[in-house]
Design a protein around this ligand. Structure first.
Ligand code: SAM
Ligand code: SF4
Length: 438
């Protein structure tokens, strides 16, 4: 009798990797594999990120901890994703217990690659296109889904490795996206997240103009009962048409993640971001005018080569003027192969750390203020499930992507839309009382 084959998936990095993992799980399960713990699995698959050095270091640490499994149980170890793409055969040399290295365009072939790797070690890195149409996936959350609309990136920001490890930007056809969303809605999905490194340039390369605003409006016409979110928006391509589409499409949520990176024109230019400070600020002001109550979040980086104290102060000033509702803050580190890796990494580590601290203090205060401003109001939110810290309260996410907790009753509200009166707020979340359930 043929025994069932089992796999474990360990995922590092961003939403792209988490979504790739959903595809891998779907493909393997269709091929008769089932998911289990790493200690029990025939194959352990690590999906990796290499955008920042810290993610890369964590991966190597985790990989080392899997060595006993290889030695004691003969577990097949596979490494895929961005770091695999970047390191290739070097990874096989550095980690002799790894059997398979597969790149970012290879995961649709995962079942056959695992079979081949069980016979001899293998490295597959071809980037000859990624066809997602019809590929199965297994979602981790019942009511929420991620839908890739573009993969790869053409922007070549000076610090960023993504274009090298994920390839050229390719947009999926509009019909394919709508068809996938339609299937998800039939399965009961209540929230769809449109995913791309720069969703604002959706179809730009294929058709010579962005059709992202149109896609948002189509999502409104075709799936009016489903909340629509999207990430990430590149500020350069974030235009009035997109703002209007957000404002005028009822089911598109009032949240835009618009990574600023730095607040000095000189540094933005060196980063090859394609926008300046005034340009960015005008867009945020216009967005706040057009979309009432919109939540604006951002990514910020300190310590890019050549960043002076003056440059950094400009970042602090701009962050304050934009009054970001949420922010992710990072320390610059050079990634091999990128344009900025050729520049001298001249901001000392202790200066980077000190700037990160000052920036994080500011963004923490702005987030707390943003949450406090909502106290007294009523927010629409989707319930994610019981709070991880206190199972007597529900955890829900508002239209603006902010977290609110409220007391739990008998009824299971997971995946349901509720209205919550906000009664209090903390550093990262709000508290409230339920008003009604839809
Ligand atoms: N496509 C998105 C955009 O353009 O905003 C960003 C994707 S990137 C995976 C997420 C964030 O990682 C970036 O916004 C940037 O702040 C940060 N990041 C990228 N490369 C970095 C580097 N070399 N050092 C530090 N942070 C980096
Ligand atoms: Fe990287 Fe820039 Fe592309 Fe974002 S837009 S993935 S930061 S190159």
């Amino acid at each position: 009798m043929e025994t069932e084959r089992s796999y474990a998936l360990l995922v590092f990095g961003c939403q792209m990797n988490i979504h790739d993992a959903e595809r891998i799980a779907g493909i393997l399960e269709e091929a008769g594999w089932r998911e289990t713990e790493p200690g029990q699995a025939e194959a352990v698959i690590l999906l990796t990120c290499c955008v920042r050095q810290s993610a890369e270091e964590r991966l190597y640490g985790r990989l080392a901890s899997l060595r006993p499994l290889k030695e004691e149980r003969g577990t097949l170890i596979a490494v895929g994703g961005c770091l695999a793409q970047k390191e290739g055969t070097r990874l096989l040399e550095k980690a002799p217990h790894v059997d398979l290295v597969f790149g970012t365009h290879q995961f649709p072939r995962i079942a056959e690659l695992l079979d081949e790797a069980s016979r001899s070690r293998l490295c597959e890195l071809g980037m000859d296109g990624l066809h997602l149409s019809g590929l199965p996936f297994r979602r981790r959350e019942g009511f929420r889904a991620w839908v890739t609309i573009t993969h790869g990136c053409d922007n070549f920001c000076a610090y960023c490795v993504v274009p090298f490890v994920r390839g050229r930007e390719v947009s999926r056809p509009i019909e394919e996206v709508l068809e996938e969303v339609g299937r998800l809605v039939e399965e009961g999905v209540r929230e769809v997240n449109l995913l791309g490194q720069n969703v604002n340039s959706y179809r730009l390369r294929e058709e010579g103009r962005s059709r992202f605003a149109e896609l948002l409006r189509l999502m409104g016409c075709e799936f009016p009962g489903v909340w629509v979110r999207f990430t990430t928006s590149h500020p350069r391509d974030f235009d009035r048409r997109i703002m209007e589409a957000i404002a005028e499409t009822e089911n598109v949520c009032e949240h835009v993640h618009l990574p600023l990176q730095a607040g000095s024109d000189r540094i933005l230019k060196a980063m090859n971001r394609g926008y300046g400070v005034e340009d960015y600020l005008c867009k945020v002001e216009e967005l706040r005018r057009m979309v009432r109550g919109v939540v604006v979040s951002t990514d910020l980086m300190v310590g890019f080569p050549g960043e002076t104290e003056e440059d950094f102060k400009r970042t602090l000033e701009l962050v304050e003027r934009c009054a970001f509702d949420a922010a992710f803050t990072f320390i610059y580190n050079p990634r091999p192969g990128t344009a900025s890796a050729r520049l001298k990494d001249d901001v000392p580590r202790e200066v980077k750390l000190e700037r990160l601290q000052r920036l994080a203090d500011l963004t923490r205060r702005l987030t707390a203020e943003s949450l406090r401003r909502r106290v007294g109001g009523v927010e629409r939110a989707l319930v994610e499930g019981p709070s991880r810290k206190d199972d007597k309260v529900w955890r829900a996410r508002t239209r603006g992507n902010q977290v609110v907790h409220f007391p739990r009753g008998e009824e299971d509200l997971t995946g349901r839309e509720v209205r919550v009166r906000i009664t209090g707020s903390g550093s990262w979340s709000m508290r409230g009382d339920i008003v009604d359930v839809y």
